[in-house]
Ligand binder design. Structure first.
Ligand code: UDP
Ligand code: MG
Length: 320
C-alpha cells in the first residue's frame, strides 16, 4: 500500500511567496502520486501562523480550488516551531508520513523523492541537510554556522545544517506527542525520540520573494531556547567558572596578605576596583543563566497549550 503523505508548511505573512510556491508543492504531490510513491489521499497542509496579511485568504482560496490543499490557522502568531508542531499534530492521525518544509521555496522539493525512498527502506525519520549555503549572504551563513557550533558545544544534539525540512512517520509523531515541553526546539527534540533515521542532502536556493523572518534577534532567541531546553551544560560551566574564579581570588588574597605583611602594600584602588567589577560581572552572568532556566521551568509548569487552532479550511467548506 502506498503511504499517505502530508506536506506541512508553516506560513507567516507570506502573501508574496505563497501564490508562487503553493502550485509547486501541489505539482510535487501529483508527481509523487503518479510515480506510485504516495497515495492520492496525500495533502498539502498549510499552517497559518497568525499572519497579518492576506496569507489565510490565499490558503482558503487554494483549498477551494483543489482538494489536495488544506489549511489550519493558529489563533495568533506563535512562532515557526509552534506552527510546525500544530501542523504535525494535526496531520498525524490522517497520514502515514509527514514532511515539514518552509513555504519560501528555499528548500529543494526534489529531495522529497529521496526522503520517501528512505522511508520505504525502513527509516522513520529523514533529515534534509543543506549541502551548500552559497546562495545565503555571508552574514546569514556565518551566523547560522556559529549557531550549530554553539549548540553542539553546549551539549544540544542537533543534525548539522539541518533546519526543519524533515520527513517523520506517523509512528514517530505519535510518540513525539508525549513530549510535552512548551519550550519547543524541534530540531533538538526529534533526535531524542529515536527510531531509525538518516539524512538526505540538498542545495538551498534563495528565498523566492518576501523577506526572512529570522533576523539575528530571533536566531539568538532560538539558540538560547535550543541550549537551555536541551542541556544543563551552561549551569555546569558556571560552577566550573565559579571554582576557577575562587582559586584565582584565593591566590590574589595570599598575594595581598604577603605584600601587606612585607609592608609593601600598594594603595590598591585599581586592583580592588578590577576585582569587584570582574566578580560582579561573573555573578550577574551566572544569575542570568540560572534565571533563564528558572524562566523555562516557570513556563513548563503552567502547561499552557502549545498551539491553538482557530480555523480550518475544512470547516469553512462545511459552513458554505
Ligand atoms: N514562520 C512562521 N512563524 C513565524 C516566523 C516564520 O510560521 O513567526 C515561517 C515562515 O513563513 C517560513 C518559515 O517559518 O515558512 C521559515 O521562515 P523564514 O523563511 O523567514 O526563515 P529563514 O529561512 O530565513 O531562516
Ligand atoms: Mg526561509
Amino acid at each position: 500500500m502506498t503511504p499517505i503523505l502530508y506536506i506541512v508548511i508553516p506560513c507567516y505573512n507570506e502573501q508574496a511567496v505563497l501564490p508562487i510556491t503553493a502550485p509547486q508543492f501541489l505539482k510535487k504531490l501529483q508527481d509523487l502520486t503518479a510515480a506510485g510513491k504516495i497515495s492520492d489521499k496525500s495533502r498539502v497542509l498549510f499552517v497559518n501562523d497568525g499572519s497579518r496579511d492576506e496569507t489565510w485568504n490565499i490558503i482558503c482560496d487554494l483549498a477551494r480550488q483543489d482538494e489536495h490543499y488544506i489549511g489550519i490557522s493558529q489563533s495568533r502568531n506563535r512562532g515557526h516551531q509552534n506552527a510546525v508542531l500544530a501542523g504535525l499534530m494535526e496531520a498525524k492521525d490522517s497520514c502515514d508520513i509527514t514532511i515539514s518544509i518552509d513555504c519560501d521555496g528555499q528548500d529543494d522539493l526534489n529531495a522529497m523523492d529521496a526522503m520517501i525512498d528512505c522511508y520505504a527502506e525502513g527509516y522513520d525519520v529523514v533529515y534534509g541537510v543543506r549541502s551548500s549555503r552559497e546562495t545565503d549572504t555571508f552574514f546569514k551563513r556565518f551566523t547560522a554556522q556559529s549557531f550549530y557550533k554553539l549548540l553542539s558545544a553546549m551539549g544540544a544534539e542537533v543534525v548539522y545544517n539541518h533546519a526543519d525540512y524533515r520527513l517523520m512517520s506517523a509512528r514517530v509523531l505519535r510518540e513525539f506527542a508525549d513530549f510535552r515541553e512548551v519550550n519547543l526546539f524541534l530540531r533538538g527534540l526529534v533526535p531524542l525520540v529515536g527510531f531509525r533515521s538518516t539524512t538526505v542532502s540538498y542545495s538551498r536556493a534563495e528565498r523566492i520573494a518576501g523577506e526572512s523572518h529570522y533576523p539575528l534577534k530571533k536566531m539568538l532567541a532560538l539558540a538560547v531556547d535550543g541550549i537551555t531546553s536541551l542541556s544543563v551544560k551552561p549551569l555546569r560551566l558556571i560552577t566550573g567558572f565559579g571554582a576557577f574564579v575562587a582559586v584565582i581570588s584565593f591566590i590574589g588574597c595570599l598575594w595581598a596578605l604577603i605584600t601587606a605583611i612585607c609592608g609593601k602594600a600598594v594603595p590598591g584602588w585599581a586592583s580592588t576596583t578590577c576585582i569587584v567589577c570582574f566578580v560582579s560581572g561573573v555573578q550577574l552572568l551566572g544569575l542570568g543563566i540560572i534565571g533563564e532556566y528558572i524562566g523555562k521551568i516557570y513556563l513548563e509548569t503552567k502547561q499552557r497549550p502549545r498551539y491553538i487552532i482557530s480555523e480550518r479550511t475544512g470547516d469553512m467548506q462545511k459552513t458554505e
